[in-house]
Write a protein that binds this ligand. Structure first.
Ligand code: SAH
Length: 505
């Protein structure tokens, strides 16, 4: 016996999903060296063929964890080498913590040495059978409320869903706990797409192993029980050739099918190729005013919701963001449900947003019928118009309508603001928007890539003058299509256009 395995020591051993093939060598060797093995019946059965007749076995039922821990310490006190076995890893929903706690309470601190022997936890075993669904920031939540208040579990589900973590659900369901998984699905559906991939693995690496790949919407249609682990992908997770894959992000920088890369080796950490990185974000951040930051600090995010406001113009029925007239109709609807901590603010670029408690669908519909449209997604093409000199210069409105309809179903990678002004006065500053359109004496002008505020204020990078309506539409639609295809995820238009500016015509 080597010194590591000394008498009177406790080993808390994670045996992974089961058989010795999936056990760490460390766990296997430790089991070999223990004089007593103590554990829950099912786990003892899984490893019993590894035990020698000389090894004492103490079996205990499932709800007898505290007894197991006390017994372990007593046996160690007698000078035995004791191995406590847990499935997966003993430090995750396993026996490790309890052994330390009981040892402390039984007041032999320091006299008995405890060694945690790491094992392959269910989320890793399950992931290996599904493909590569973890790959990125993740968290694990157990749906068992036998020892954890359900309120706490719900709060963690909400935050994991909001944080776009790959989420693993342990203990999703048992004969006594059937409702929890339904509530979890409901919470997730509030923050994630119904198509968000989901993997369900039961009895990983055991004879009755079962693997299902489905989505959030359909996950409850498949059996799940005490031996099931459920993996919910993040918003980037995809099912590729029958495997559940969460991209690490390489595809944003590299051509995965080319062996010669466009970005030189020496240039790969350069921030111009990482527009999503902290340094760049800081340079370009302009959306948060000090006021917003303070509000966000003081008010828990989950309580107050931020809705951007669009008001339907009286002049045009397009959904363009125009006059921002808060008419009495929707002010009275708003007044009925807003609480005292709600407020309307303006962003630095003149958009209005409402901070208030979450608004139900019925109220949303009422507001919509009054001419107020609320949205909370910033990945959005926003058309900002002037008020066409109170309707005295309506000639270009027909083209605004065409533009609006052409853009209606297009999803772009990040924010794109289009300014549309109905005369040469360009009162609302369209010229300096991402794409600015000015109607002037029967012709259009298109300005591309301006930035009207922020530390990197700049004039438009490209200008097209004397255009017909058709030409204006074609230039804008081309540009939007290129941004859609070439823009990195969440890359705002003003960053995109600078990145590719040499090429844009
Ligand atoms: N300590 C263990 C977890 C114990 S909690 C570990 O690290 O894996 C029990 C839960 O673990 C089960 O409800 C199930 O969600 C998961 N689990 C354990 N073994 C599993 C297996 N072979 N296949 C799938 N899930 C498993």
């Amino acid at each position: 016996m080597n010194e590591f395995f000394s008498p009177g020591k406790v080993y808390v051993i994670g045996i992974g999903p089961g058989s010795e093939n999936q056990m760490t060598l460390f766990a296997l060797k430790t089991i070999e060296q223990c004089q007593v093995i103590i554990g829950y019946d099912t786990y003892i059965d899984l490893i019993k063929h590894l035990l020698k007749p000389s090894q004492e076995v103490v079996r205990a039922g499932m709800t007898e964890e505290v007894y197991r821990a006390q017994k372990t310490i007593e046996l160690a006190k007698e000078g035995k080498i004791v191995g406590v076995i847990s499935s997966g890893d003993a430090g995750l929903y396993g026996m490790a913590g309890l052994i330390f706690e009981v040892l402390h309470k039984m007041q032999f601190p320091g006299k008995i040495d405890v060694q945690v022997v790491p094992g392959v936890t269910a989320l890793i075993s399950a992931a290996s059978l599904l493909g590569a669904p973890v790959m990125h920031d993740f968290c694990a939540i157990s749906l068992s409320d036998h020892l954890t208040p359900w309120n706490t579990i719900e709060k963690r589900l909400v935050h994991a869903a909001m944080g776009d973590f790959v989420l693993t659900l342990y203990n999703p369901k048992s004969s006594r706990r059937k409702e929890q998984i339904n509530i979890a699905q409901n919470i997730l559906l509030q923050y994630r797409n119904p198509e968000n991939p989901v993997g369900i693995v039961t009895s990983a690496y055991r004879p009755d192993q079962n693997i299902v790949i489905t989505d959030l919407n359909h996950m409850l249609e498949f059996p799940a029980g005490m031996m099931t682990t459920i993996l919910i992908g993040n918003s980037q997770t995809r099912v590729i050739d029958g495997k559940m894959i969460t991209p690490r992000g390489y595809q944003k920088k590299y051509q995965l099918h080319q062996n010669i890369q466009d970005i030189k080796k020496s240039d790969r950490m350069n921030i111009t190729h990482e527009p999503w990185a902290l340094q760049k974000e800081k340079q370009n951040s302009e959306m948060q005013t000090g006021l917003e930051i303070n509000l966000m600090k003081n008010i828990p995010k989950r309580v107050l919701h931020k809705y951007y406001i669009k008001t339907k113009g009286s002049l045009n029925q397009s959904s363009a963001d125009s006059e921002k007239i808060l008419n009495a109709g929707f002010l009275s609807v708003l007044g009925k449900f807003l609480s005292t901590d709600s407020r309307i603010e303006a962003t630095p670029d003149g958009r209005l947003f409402l901070l208030c408690h979450e608004i139900d669908i019925e109220t949303m519909e009422k507001l919509d019928s009054e001419g107020l449209y609320l949205y909370d997604d910033e990945e959005y093409i926003l058309i900002k118009t002037c008020n066409f000199c109170d309707g005295e210069k309506p000639e270009s409105l027909v083209w605004l309508d065409i533009l609006n309809k052409s853009l209606a179903d297009i999803h772009v990678p990040g924010q794109l603001h289009i300014g549309f002004n109905g005369c040469g006065m360009s009162c609302h500053g369209a010229v300096m928007e991402d794409i600015g359109i000015v109607y002037f004496r029967g012709e259009f002008e298109v300005y591309i890539g301006g930035k009207k505020m922020g530390r990197n204020v700049r004039l438009p990078l490209h200008t097209h003058l004397h255009l017909s309506g058709e030409e204006m539409i074609s230039i804008v639609m081309n540009l939007v299509a290129r941004y859609k295809n070439e823009g990195f995820e969440k890359e705002k238009f003003f960053k995109y256009i600078l990145r590719v500016s040499g090429q844009v015509v």
